[in-house]
Ligand binder design. Structure first.
Ligand SMILES: [Zn+2]
Length: 294
């Protein structure tokens, strides 16, 4: 394990050697193997908010508490966007419309709000009200830790690790809440991603192989674990994402833990996050570059 959660590792489909890949802004990577120099394509099944939350967790575990805040804050905003997308695609699918057309209309709309996070919160509020039929109470500034985030990001406040853990737990709780309510609507986003992967693949030079990675993480397990839990319990784990070692929160153990974590009974999502954090806090310095932890 060299790169921590900020990096991926993929086995080259030509020579089978390991190729490190830094996370980029797109889920599609056109790669050239550094060992055999042959081309291949990598598709990564991981939403941006998941990547950002993992990066925040890695920064926190690595001793960079202040830096972690901006990743957690960005994860929250990107999860809002994910919710709106899932809700729009779900509605389109329900009406028998094409996901691509719905996505194009949403993209044109999102352009109007993508520079201002307050506008995006407005989009989420309406999408939530429309889908759930009740006000999004969790959008209150104190629930979102907005004051803390602004102090850190805009006013140079130096937070203690415990404060950042509190903030991260709050963000985790909101994201988990949204994913839980979205339920199978999350699969519509995945379906659209798969269509984009397929379109990219057919446009590649003939014979170019493609590899798909599904790095597990806490949210991925909690998103799709609901649908896979039955198969998992029966020991039919082939339906689950490939469980590799992608850093503290993305290990097979973390995924298993998240899958078995009580969602509605017992611990709150924030407590689940804290337990995971403390479990993986020990030894995390092995997989995250940074100063020694206290
Ligand atoms: Zn190779």
């Amino acid at each position: 394990m060299t790169g921590g959660p900020a990096a991926l590792e993929v086995n080259c489909p030509h020579c089978a050697q390991t190729v490190p890949v830094q996370y980029g802004d797109s889920a599609v990577y056109d790669l050239s193997c550094l060992h055999c120099e042959q081309s291949f394509c990598l598709f990564v099944r991981k939403q941006k908010f998941e990547v950002l939350f993992d990066l925040g967790t890695a920064a926190l575990l690595g001793g960079y508490a202040r830096e972690a805040v901006s990743s957690f804050a960005a994860a929250l905003e990107r999860c809002f966007e994910f919710y709106v997308r899932a809700a729009v695609l779900e509605q389109a699918a329900g009406q028998g419309e094409s996901l691509e057309d719905a996505q194009a209309r949403l993209a044109a709309t999102w352009k109007l709000v993508d520079r201002q996070s307050e506008r995006q919160v407005g989009m989420l509020a309406l999408a939530y009200l429309t889908r759930e039929g009740r006000p999004p109470d969790f959008l209150r500034p104190q629930t979102l830790g907005a004051e803390f985030r602004n102090a850190v990001i805009h006013r140079g406040y130096l937070p203690r690790r415990e404060e950042v853990e509190d903030y991260a737990a709050q963000v985790f709780e909101v994201i988990d809440h949204l994913l839980r309510e979205l339920g199978e609507a999350t699969l519509q986003v995945q379906a659209l991603d798969e269509l984009a992967f397929a379109a990219h693949f057919v446009a590649l030079p003939p014979g170019t192989p493609a590899v798909t990675l599904e790095p597990p993480g806490l949210f991925r397990a909690r998103m799709f674990g609901r649908f896979h839990a039955a198969a998992w319990n029966k020991g039919q784990s082939q339906d689950l994402p490939e469980l590799g070692a992608f850093g503290p929160l993305a290990s097979a153990q973390a995924a298993q833990r998240a899958l078995s974590a009580p969602v509605n009974q017992g611990r709150t999502p924030a407590e689940v996050f804290r337990a995971t954090l403390s479990d993986f806090g020990v030894g995390a310095a092995d997989s995250v570059d940074g100063p020694p932890r206290r």
